[in-house]
Design a protein around this ligand. Structure first.
Ligand SMILES: *Cc1c(COP(=O)(O)O)cnc(C)c1O
Length: 380
């Protein structure tokens, strides 16, 4: 929460524009985060994961600061180009692409693509001849609060085959990538992945293929309720792991922070619509907000991400609450398995602030489920 956001919300309220929930992102915080990454890993290039928050203001700022971009679709690539970045600063990092989208990306000037199987290599060889490819390998996401499934990546042994196939088809086998899982609070997670990366480098070298790049992925956390290590700590741990596994032949590296770049820059303001109990002696109150899973808080799925919530009545006695959204879908409950402690004096009409919501919120909000409009966003 910054003074700039506080002031913005005060003015919005004074103008009577606070009828719907909204997300406010402080671009100064994004700027600080970018510099923190750049300083923590000075020899590593930053490829911002656009999906975390693709707002034009965020992309423009990061373009000016010198960032590169990880995109998952042609539409995201076009947003990055519209923000002023050149196509050589874009990595098409989705391993699942239609061949016509690869062709379109190639037309736009993009020459760096992720793959994790030979069929995808063949699409790229046809639609983006001569491009650089990197192979994503599987890595278990132990320790991550928002773990990624086996959807992306292949076993390291197969990565060698995939890269060799790329070489045969006239592509440039550039390197490997992995993702340690989002909101990864264990700074040591990169160590095991880098051991596998170094193994792939050696196996490829034995086949006459020289790889040069390791994409260290995202996973850098935002502070929610629990403390998280600093970006500097991640940087030092990653550098140690690179030294350990690559010796004095450290490859070119890139990182793809999403959450860590924008998460703490955003705050959502929401209104309490109803406070109720299910029976007279129910100990748990139900607090219904005007935002829920379909309004942008999708990452509360399985109660994975627990956002800090501030109320105007903080400081007084608290009691457990189930927190739910406003839609008529029974899945629209944010925290129930582990109820959330909120002030006993909380009332209908109170405005709450949900912190750490700059990443993975606005784009998750549905178009008009139950007629609720998509989350309003302001980038200041
Ligand atoms: C989503 C994504 C990221 C960003 O992950 P965070 O955990 O938000 O940093 C990075 N790389 C790829 C390939 C992704 O899909």
């Amino acid at each position: 929460m910054t003074e700039r956001i506080r002031e913005f919300l005060r003015n919005r309220r004074a103008e009577g524009k606070d009828t719907e929930p909204c997300l406010v992102v402080d671009l100064e915080v994004v700027r600080e985060n970018y510099y923190a990454f750049a300083n923590a890993l000075p020899d590593t290039r930053v490829f911002y994961a656009v999906k975390a928050n693709p707002a034009h203001e965020v992309l423009s700022l990061l373009t000016q600061l010198g960032s590169c971009f990880d995109v998952a679709s042609v539409a995201e690539a076009e947003m990055v180009l519209a923000a002023g970045a050149t196509p050589d600063r874009i990595s098409y990092g989705n391993t699942i692409k239609k061949e016509r989208d690869i062709a379109r990306a190639y037309e736009l000037g993009i020459r760096l693509f992720a793959v994790d199987c030979t069929a995808e290599v063949e699409k790229i060889a046809r639609a983006a001849p001569g491009s650089r490819v990197f192979c994503r390998f599987l890595h278990d996401c132990e320790g991550a609060e928002w773990p990624l499934s086996r959807k992306f990546g292949c076993e390291p042994e197969m990565a060698v085959e995939v890269l060799e196939h790329a070489h045969r088809l006239g592509l440039e086998p550039h390197g490997v990538s992995f993702h340690v899982g989002s909101q990864q609070r264990n700074v040591k997670s990169w160590d095991r992945a880098l051991a596998a990366a170094a193994w792939i480098f050696r196996a490829c070298a034995e086949r006459g293929i020289t790889l040069s790049m390791v994409n260290l992925g995202g996973g850098f956390p935002t502070k929610y309720l629990k403390e998280v290590p600093t970006v500097r700590t991640y940087g030092m741990s990653i550098f140690r792991a690179l030294r350990k596994h690559f010796g004095n032949r450290i490859p070119e590296t890139i990182i793809e922070p999403g959450r860590g770049m924008v998460g703490n820059a955003g705050v959502i303001e929401t209104e309490v619509v109803l406070v109720a109990k299910k029976s007279a002696n129910d100990e748990v109150r139900w607090v219904y907000l005007d935002i829920g899973k379909f309004g942008g808080l999708a990452e509360t799925m399985d109660e994975a991400i627990r956002y800090p919530i501030r109320t105007p009545r903080d400081g007084g006695p608290v009691a457990p609450c189930v927190i739910a959204g406003p839609t008529c879908d029974s899945a629209d409950v944010l925290y129930e398995k582990e109820p959330y402690q909120l002030p006993v004096s909380l009332e209908i009409g109170d405005k709450l602030l949900i912190e750490g919501t700059g990443a993975y919120t606005a784009t998750y909000s549905s178009v008009a489920f139950n007629g609720f409009p998509p989350l309003k966003t302001y980038h200041i």
